[in-house]
Design a binder for this molecule. Structure first.
Ligand code: ADP
Length: 397
């Protein structure tokens, strides 16, 4: 069975074609700057030359047509005909309270997704556009939606409710939803596999540290708390997002700087985080370089990031009444050797000891704690695509 996994952003479309017989990635690629005359399309196979072109692409439907053309192309293709694609799995950012699991897409499901647009006005519309474009081009191929929020629907009410008037939740759905769910689910399951244990017997803290970052408490395989909230803006200090701040600051800055709500929202999402603190970059490699050269604000931004992750690890251990394993994943978690070392400084009291030598790895599954550490620490590359593909197989059969 071959599954096409699609992830549509506002001006991008990422894809992987996976042969589920052995879970082999046949091809993957990316469209960027969709909607412009200079859209970029890159297509790769595990072996073979990379295809890369800049051309006008109007919308996601057009990108999808280009993608299907290249998949059957004589030179760069990997399948003979479109009929070989048995199902399509779509990443959908927000499923609200409607979707606690992935779903086979029907007209009713699309209606449900459209009702969630209010909760994710930037993310859900391109996701839905991608689904509709696929339906138009491949009307007989089953499609499945996999939600970033679904894994966190197991959080108890005492965790997901904010201290606001109850009607904010009842009337408008204001609550903690949590994001990166597919990633937290994948790495927690992989962690249990690597430990040779049943996930039902484990308390795992998963740290997804990328451009967006979140920490989740996974107790017996279920998300019981996570740092992101109503939107992906809350929790940790991130690349360009501020994370948790005193909500009164929003009103204070609007008044002092004479800014609109929209302007403050953009500032908190795009100009804050380690970029805003350092004024150097949101890329941790560049921050480290700058810090080494003596840039104090770059060092401060790194210190704040590491401190906040460490603080959330402590909080999640408290939530679960203990912890058996801590997992690092995503760009920084998988590659940031120094970042992992810094975060783990001061969590020894939990029984978690990082091993300097074992920690010297990038981009592969690795246990990085000392042999006698009672809490195991892992670096595990995330694989949201394979989770989406597995759910697509499960639901489209
Ligand atoms: P996204 O959330 O967009 O999927 P990623 O998970 O790809 O992001 O993470 C991207 C981030 O990973 C980059 O901003 C960069 O800071 C970080 N990163 C990549 N390589 C390294 C590295 N070797 N050391 C530290 N950080 C890294």
């Amino acid at each position: 069975m071959k599954v096409l996994v699609i992830n549509c952003g506002s001006s991008s479309l990422k894809y992987q074609l996976i042969d589920m017989n052995g879970e082999i990635v046949l091809a993957k690629g990316l469209f960027e700057r969709i909607g412009s005359d200079e859209a970029m399309f890159t297509h790769k196979r595990p072996e073979g030359e990379k295809y890369s072109v800049v051309e006008p692409i109007k919308n996601h439907g057009e990108a999808l047509k280009r993608l299907l053309d290249i998949l059957v192309d004589a030179e760069y293709g990997v399948i003979k005909s479109m009929d070989e694609i048995d199902a399509v799995g779509h990443r959908v950012v927000h499923g609200g309270e409607k979707f606690a699991d992935s779903v086979l897409i029907t007209d009713e499901v699309i209606k449900g997704m459209e009702e969630c647009i209010e909760l994710a006005p930037l993310h859900n519309p391109p996701n839905i556009e991608g689904i509709k474009a696929c339906e138009a081009i491949m009307p007989n191929v089953p499609q499945v939606g996999v939600f970033d929020t679904a894994f966190h629907q197991t959080m108890p009410k005492k965790c997901f409710l904010y201290g606001l008037p109850y009607k904010a939740y009842e009337d408008l759905g204001v609550r903690r939803y949590g994001f990166h769910g597919t990633s937290h689910k994948y790495v927690s399951q992989r962690c249990a596999e690597l430990m040779g244990k049943d996930i039902k017997d484990l308390k795992i803290i998963t740290c997804h540290l990328g451009n967006g970052s979140s920490v989740t408490a996974v107790d017996q395989g279920k998300s019981v708390d996570t740092t992101m909230g109503f939107t992906p803006l809350s929790g940790l200090v991130m690349g360009t997002r501020c994370g948790d701040i005193d909500p009164a600051i929003v009103v204070f800055l609007m008044e002092k700087w004479n800014k609109t709500a929209k302007e403050i929202d953009a500032m908190m999402n795009k100009e804050s985080g380690v970029l805003g603190i350092s004024n150097v970059s949101n890329d941790f490699r560049l921050l480290e370089d700058a810090a080494k050269e003596g840039n104090e604000k770059a060092q401060l931004a790194l210190d704040i990031f590491h401190y906040r992750v460490r603080r959330e690890i402590g909080a999640m251990a408290a939530v679960m009444g203990g912890v058996d394993a801590i997992v690092f994943t995503a760009g920084i978690g998988e590659n940031g050797i120094g970042d992992r070392a810094e975060i783990c400084k001061g969590i020894e009291y939990l029984g978690a000891h990082i091993d300097a030598e074992r920690n010297n790895v990038r981009g592969e599954d690795a246990e990085i704690s000392t042999a006698d550490s009672t809490v195991k620490i892992f670096a595990i590359p995330t694989n949201e695509e394979i989770m989406i593909a597995r759910d697509t197989v499960r639901l489209s059969k």
